[in-house]
Design a binder for this molecule. Structure first.
Ligand SMILES: *Cc1c(COP(=O)(O)O)cnc(C)c1O
Length: 224
């Protein structure tokens, strides 16, 4: 076992937190980015190791998978915060609103309408991020850049959703910095405070560009 390759969940978590702090230290007023630990595909046992190491905020990308893993963990650790970071079908909105605490994949009007109705019904007003298709990639989810300000306003004003920020997944084959910077500019124009951007490969860059939360999976849990 190499001394520099972190092996336990606690060591991996501490290494990521240290890298986050170092990146935050390089920007004015830095240090505010939160870690969302992306636990998709990992077992409740692997997740519990990370919880025991001190992490409380997690992200899952599929409602059905999350339903199988999280209710028992939530019962045992009531202070967990669970983010939905993957595409949401409207027919899963009821389950999503019941299980998650934050929705990061708000990307179309029909979903906004259904989510608003479910939140009202369940009396759970969840903070939402609007997902932006920052690289204008046809295969990717997200609102087009030029439609983002109007869509944010629609979600807030017509549907009364608590839109707190923007989320993006930049193209994998290009330097992410300019995309993160563009998302930050878009959020500012809409008066939004939060930016969900940066994953295992680029979370330090995202923090330098103003990320308030990074979504880190494989660097914490191992390869999927
Ligand atoms: C899987 C996933 C992540 C984490 O990716 P890693 O490269 O494993 O850190 C972040 N965001 C979303 C939306 C994901 O689906």
């Amino acid at each position: 076992m190499s001394q520099t390759a972190p092996e336990t969940a606690l060591e991996r978590l501490e290494a990521i937190r240290e890298r986050m702090a170092r990146a935050a230290g390089r920007i004015a007023g830095g240090g505010k980015a939160e870690l969302v630990a992306v636990s998709k595909t990992f077992s409740p046992e692997a997740i519990e190791e990370v919880i025991v190491a001190g992490q409380r905020r997690f992200g899952e990308n599929r409602v059905q998978e999350a339903q199988g893993k999280w209710p028992a963990l939530r019962q045992k650790y009531p202070d967990l915060v669970l983010h939905l970071i993957g595409p949401l079908q409207t027919n899963k909105a009821r389950e999503a609103v019941a299980l998650f605490d934050v929705i990061e994949s708000l990307d179309r009007e029909r979903l906004a309408r259904v989510l608003a109705a479910e939140m009202e019904k369940q009396d759970r007003r969840l903070p939402c991020f609007v997902q932006v298709n920052i690289g204008a990639e046809p295969q990717k989810a997200g609102v087009a850049i030029d439609q983002t300000p109007d869509f944010v306003a629609l979600c807030q004003n017509t549907y009364g959703l608590d839109v707190v920020g923007l989320m993006c997944i930049p193209p994998i084959d290009q330097p992410p910095g300019p995309y993160f910077a563009q998302l930050a500019g878009l959020a500012e124009r809409s008066g939004l405070q939060k930016l969900s951007m940066g994953m295992s490969a680029d979370f330090e860059t995202a923090i330098l560009m103003g990320a308030t939360q990074v979504r880190v999976g494989s660097a914490l849990f191992g390869a999927r």
